[in-house]
Design a protein around this ligand. Structure first.
Ligand code: RUQ
Ligand code: CUA
Length: 652
């Protein structure tokens, strides 16, 4: 407000200076001009140019935004129950949240990754990690629904996850916290002797996307933070940052910050495949859940698996090398050519960039600096391609524009730096508001970035938005990177902490969006495909209601003969075959969720009535002019009552 008042009383340069300094102090931020507004304006009825998939952080889910407008389009539930859609509550989806620990209704999701073919986005699937209870999820981009969740055994905090090889051969994941492997009861003070870090390679079926655990690699007990796979010449390798190579087991903020350098672990997974085929790995007991949605029935089910293939890092020569890297690095990112391996040395004064070709040469020349647990350590001078000077304080993550420039997020100094890959020189820097974590260029981790925008994913917003009590929104900021200098265009709030995000040109997936599910192909065991087939059955205290929904009624809509304490399963089939006509279902006193049923689908909600009376249910989604009439009643009698089970049928 103050900035605006002053602007009217000044003119020209003086006004601009004041506006800029106000924005810098975060006083409402007027640092952008009308050009910026035009650049992000998507007129009513027009579509955005890109879909952005943003991790929901501690919400455990994923949100979909349009870019450049920053408009929120959808929330995709993944690791957390989502009552609005009945996700994780309906009988068809509950199994997705099963784990070896039992049913877990939440997680912390960090890194969305779009599937790739030849190092380019193919618009088929999106993978995302569950960080707390280590899991990987796959989302089908034609339905924007979670299709599969695989738990990762021998892991603890799957943070370096999920990072894809360039043809989506593998989804790769590493444990952040080393733990006793296999798990056992042991003193924490014996961390160095007994704890290990495990890297997991999950195979992806190229036709269906189905995941299966291929093999794991047991590594020294460091913390494994982030990862990226090589591409082009470095295809076949995956890179992982490590910290706490000191192997401190307490007060890590000090203990893990002693050494000048930690390591990037370079893992040749094609070599690992050979060692596994040669029988150098052992099959060890494990316990993990694999949850899959059957496409015919649209019902998820869980299979518990009991073993995994474990390769000791030291038992497969030529598979793993350590690249010394200053200091407690965070992100590791590979440029579109596959040559530059950029580490985010979060406590380092320079940004170290290893060279893949020098790394191969160092391996050939045996330019070694000792070994750790049978893993050769390469000499820093032999692998480093260059150091970016003056990168700011706390560089974390790097993405690429495909035009020879890299963009690195810098947490402590709250900025994005743009630097040239050819000579490691910083050419531009812009502030972010505030405390940027990840950043994202659409396709910025592929061979072909869509280098028009960079998005800052910020941890803290302070005074940027209207305050909302003690908890403030996190946010994203969109910058134009088509010119020589970066230009801020837009701030927009995000749902949960936007750890990472990926974006894809809308043209790649928008025409493949499923509009309805074919009713004739609905193989849900409780589907009711026409109104004349509706029925209610009782077996002991279990009641199954085979119900249909179509504008603007449920059939049956009146049911009597239900008793207190029954388990009533409402199997509601949406008979609509039109786009954008879901029906909702809500039952008074239901203690789990409502349902949202897509056209052609069946969803099931369990209701256990606890009181005698007559209670309504209704459609929660305003589907037609007579939506308010879309309702019915359940009559609940005493346990043991003689009221017969009855329901109305069409025309009756
Ligand atoms: S992390 S702010 Cu969870 Cu990807 Cu770097
Ligand atoms: Cu169906 Cu409202």
């Amino acid at each position: 407000m103050l900035g605006r008042t002053i602007r009217y009383s000044l003119s020209g340069l003086a006004a601009a200076l004041i506006l800029t300094s106000c924005a810098g102090a975060g006083a409402g931020g007027a640092a952008v001009d009308a050009d910026a507004a035009r650049a992000v304006y998507v007129a009513p009825g027009e579509h955005d140019e890109l879909y952005a998939f943003m991790s929901g952080g501690f919400s455990g889910n994923l949100s979909v935004y349009g870019l450049p407008s920053g408009r929120l389009l959808a929330q995709i539930p993944v690791f957390s129950q989502y009552p609005e859609k009945g996700y994780g509550y309906s009988e068809q989806t509950r199994a997705l949240l099963e784990t070896s620990w039992g049913f877990i209704p939440w997680d912390d999701s960090h890194h969305p990754q779009l599937s790739q073919t030849n190092g380019e986005q193919d618009g088929r699937w999106l993978f995302i990690n569950g960080n707390n209870t280590p899991r990987l999820a796959r989302i089908d981009l034609t339905t924007m629904e979670t299709d599969e969740i695989l738990e990762l055994p021998h892991s603890a905090g799957s943070h370096a996850s999920p990072f894809l090889t360039e043809n989506t051969e593998y989804v790769v994941s590493a444990t952040r916290f080393s733990v006793p492997t296999p798990q056992r009861d042991m003193p924490i003070a014996e961390y160095k002797e007994g704890f290990a870090g495990v890297l997991t390679f999950v195979k992806v079926d190229p036709n269906t996307g189905r995941m299966s655990l291929a093999f794991q690699i047991k590594m020294p007990g460091f913390d494994y933070d982030l990862s990226r796979a090589g591409r082009g010449p470095s295809h076949g390798w995956s890179f992982f940052t490590t910290y706490n190579s000191e192997q401190a087991s307490t007060l890590k903020e000090i203990g893990a910050s002693q050494a000048d350098k930690d390591y990037i672990a370079a893992v040749n997974w094609q070599r690992a495949e050979v060692c596994v085929a040669d029988g150098r790995a052992s099959t060890i007991p494990a316990r993990y859940a694999h949850n899959v949605v059957d496409h015919a029935t649209a019902v998820a089910s869980t299979r518990m698996l009991t073993s995994s293939v474990m390769l000791e890092a030291g038992n497969c020569p030529g598979m793993v090398y350590f690249l010394p890297t200053p200091k407690s690095p965070h992100g590791v990112d590979i440029d579109p050519s596959g040559e530059h391996i950029v580490a985010g040395g979060k406590l380092a004064t320079v940004l170290p960039v290893h060279s893949f070709s020098k790394m191969l040469k160092a391996i050939e020349d045996r330019a070694l600096d000792g070994e750790i647990g049978g893993i050769p350590v390469l000499r820093y001078e032999a692998t480093i391609g260059g150091e970016v000077q003056n990168p700011g304080l706390g560089p974390l993550h790097t993405e690429f524009d495909g035009n020879g420039y890299a963009y690195t997020s810098v947490f402590l100094s709250s900025e994005i730096i743009k630097w040239r890959l050819s000579d490691y020189t910083v050419v531009d820097r812009v502030p972010t508001y505030y405390s940027i974590g990840h950043l994202m260029i659409p396709g910025g981790d592929t061979r072909k970035p869509y280098g028009k925008y960079v998005i800052a994913l910020n941890k803290i917003t302070k005074d940027r938005y209207l305050p909302t009590g003690p908890e403030l929104t996190q946010s994203a900021q969109l910058y134009d990177i088509t010119g020589p200098t970066m230009r801020l265009l837009l701030d927009f709030p995000t749902v949960g902490e936007p750890h990472y995000a990926q974006a894809v040109p809308a043209s790649l997936i928008k025409d493949r969006q499923v509009r309805t599910f074919a009713l004739s192909e609905n193989k849900d065991p409780y589907a009711t495909l026409s109104e004349k087939d509706v029925k209610v059955t009782r077996q002991g205290t279990t009641v199954h209601v085979y119900m249909t929904a179509i504008r603007s009624h449920f059939m049956p809509d009146n049911i009597e003969g239900i008793q207190v304490g029954d388990s009533v399963y409402f199997h509601v089939t949406n008979l609509e075959q039109d786009w954008d006509v879901p029906h909702g279902f809500a039952m008074l006193g239901a203690r789990n969720a409502e349902l949202l049923i897509m056209p052609g689908r069946t969803r099931t909600l369990l209701w256990v009535p606890t009181r005698v009376g007559v209670y309504p249910f209704y459609c929660t989604d305003f589907c037609s002019a007579l939506h308010q009439e879309m309702q019915g009643y359940m009559r609940v009698s005493e346990r043991g009552s003689t009221v017969p089970l009855q329901w109305n049928t069409p025309g009756n």
